[in-house]
Design a protein around this ligand. Structure first.
Ligand code: ACO
Length: 323
């Protein structure tokens, strides 16, 4: 039985760190409000020369180095992003070119903050289908470009960055002891569009638009949706919350992370939290958190790791994998 295992992980952040304090001169807010309501202390903001493609390329190179592989070893690239360099071609194809790859294929996947969970689940399906050996799965975003910097209810929440993993097809025994993706579940519900969206686009306004969010409404739905899809993954894999070694949730808000972990019965010390450092980096948040946790020596070979994300659409999903 073919499984797809993570054999490398990497990340890239813009040069500039922006603290909560800096927002106090832009909008009517405070460091105290932002920390208390979200857990965010700082975020990284891309400079003019830093883009979704350049950050994605840097994260991909970092993941390849971590795996001891090169671009020639990769068969395809899936990039999760809602902030592509251009409407088309896909930014994944630009990253493919930046890596010097003239073989294989590359495409973008758009599921907002759930993008990386969708992308890893999709790449896993391709690899298990046979005939392909390795994928680069990247989450890269420059949300600073679509923020309304006069809207205090959204501009303080997001940051830029990229994370990536190399997924490799390996022969497994078909048991829960196998390395690789063991179960996943994806969901979407378009009736919730107005709660979190961008008010522009090529086919409607012909503009890029700005992010709009009914934060309290998103918050209200988040914990229930997240725990529901995770319980589905637990059922599929026939495991309980106690068996999880690491919970790597989408990093939007510390209160949502804490409430989800509590409801699921996952101990606090097993939860990877980077929202304080990165803010909400949308599709980049889960791979950035993975890179952070492996860099700190937390996630190790053999650990059972649970990924989760929820975002605009709504979209949401979870992936269980053995590292
Ligand atoms: N600074 C100071 N005050 C603020 C700020 C700010 N930056 N933003 C809002 N406020 C005010 C509001 O105006 C409101 O004032 P009012 O009572 O006078 O009207 C008050 O603070 C409370 O506002 P709420 O929206 O009720 O605050 P809440 O506790 O819900 O926190 C937050 C807001 C942080 C946005 C929260 O609702 C949240 O995290 N929601 C979920 C967001 C999320 O998880 N998104 C994930 C998906 S992202 C994606 O897919 C791209």
């Amino acid at each position: 039985m073919i499984r797809s295992a993570v054999v490398g992980v990497g990340s890239a952040l813009p040069r500039r760190v922006m603290t909560n304090k800096e927002f106090e001169s832009l909008v009517d807010t405070s460091d105290e409000w932002i920390v208390q309501r979200t857990g965010i202390r700082q975020r990284y903001i891309a400079g003019a020369d830093e883009t979704t493609a350049s950050l994605g390329e840097a994260a991909a190179r970092d993941a390849l180095a971590n795996a001891g592989l090169g671009p020639a070893d990769i068969d395809f690239i899936v990039l999760a992003t809602s902030t592509p360099n251009n409407t088309f071609p896909a930014t994944a194809v630009e990253i493919q070119n930046r890596l010097g790859m003239a073989h294989g294929f590359a495409f973008d996947m758009q599921a907002v903050c759930s993008g990386f969970v969708y992308a890893i689940s999709t790449a896993d399906a391709y690899l298990r289908g046979g005939g392909l050996r390795r994928a680069l799965v990247i989450g890269s975003e420059t949300f600073s470009r679509i923020l309304d910097w006069t809207d205090r209810t959204t501009c303080v929440l997001f940051g830029d960055g990229a994370g990536a993993v190399v997924l490799e097809a390996i022969e497994g025994s078909g048991t829960m002891e196998d390395r690789g993706v063991l179960a996943s579940a994806l969901r979407s519900d378009g009736s919730q569009k107005d709660k979190l969206y961008v008010d522009g686009g090529p086919s409607t306004t012909g503009t890029v638009g700005h992010l709009r969010m009914q934060g309290r409404e998103v918050f209200k739905h988040a914990v229930g949706m997240i725990t529901d899809v995770i319980e589905d993954v637990f059922r599929k894999a026939d495991i309980t919350a106690e068996e999880i070694d690491w919970f790597v949730p989408h990093q939007a808000n510390k209160r949502i992370i804490d409430a989800s972990a509590r409801k699921l019965g996952i101990a606090e010390e097993k939860v990877v939290v980077t929202v304080d450092l990165h803010g909400n980096t949308s599709a980049a948040s889960v791979p950035l958190a993975l890179a952070h946790a492996t860099g700190q020596g937390k996630i190790k070979r053999g650990d059972l790791v649970l990924l989760e994300a929820m975002g605009g659409g709504f979209t949401w999903g979870a992936v269980l994998l053995r590292w």
